[in-house]
Design a protein around this ligand. Structure first.
Ligand code: IMP
Ligand code: MG
Length: 175
């Protein structure tokens, strides 16, 4: 079946939003070193652009891979970490960088894992948030780019069956 993508946020809107988030992060961390943990693959485009707008804070890159969706648009519910961070997060200021928070199951699992390492601080940054789909409640997200309705979105790092990640904008996927 042919799938159509309509633009939800343009390249320019995303860039402006990322500048706002970067300014808040610089202000909050006030020159303290930060370990940005990118949740791959979806978070990579966002983290790449966000980190390059932060200049007053030393940034260390880290990543992990969590699985939740498989190849469909609905979450399977079970979360696993498939690739662990390569460095210790103990006593570090950790900022988790996500593309989108949907049910919250992935982040719930990831934050438990990171907290168990005793970081100095742990915050969450997501470009998109879908509050209507939340299953795990009580997750506090420190930095949110855009709150969106219950659409399945692609582009700017986000995929459908591993495709569309390279779109420079965020689009709604219509089946
Ligand atoms: P959650 O565990 O349900 O919060 O799902 C989080 C992960 O599912 C995100 O990090 C994305 O990788 C993926 N995901 C959730 N919603 C979408 C979407 O609309 N488009 C693409 N990926 C999504
Ligand atoms: Mg993700």
């Amino acid at each position: 079946m042919k799938k159509i993508v309509t633009v939800l946020f343009s390249k320019e809107e995303i860039e402006e939003k990322i500048s706002e988030i970067a300014a808040k992060i610089e202000n909050d961390y006030d020159g303290n070193e930060l370990v940005m943990v990118c949740i791959l693959m979806g978070g990579m485009v966002f983290m790449s652009d966000l980190s390059r707008k932060i200049h007053k804070t030393t940034i260390i890159f880290e990543r992990l891979v969590a699985s939740s969706y498989g190849m469909d648009t609905e979450t399977s519910g079970a979360v696993k970490i498939k690739l662990y961070p390569g460095q210790s997060l103990t006593n570090k200021n950790v900022l988790i960088v996500e593309d989108i928070v949907d049910t919250g199951r992935s982040l719930d699992y990831i934050t438990r894992y990171i907290n168990a390492q005793n970081p100095k601080s742990m915050k969450i940054c997501t470009l998109l948030n879908k509050p209507s789909k939340r299953v795990v409640h009580g997750l506090y997200i420190d930095y949110i780019g855009f709150n969106i309705e219950n659409h399945f979105v692609v582009g700017y790092g986000m995929d459908y069956a591993e495709k569309y990640r390279n779109l420079p904008y965020i689009g709604i996927l219509h089946k």
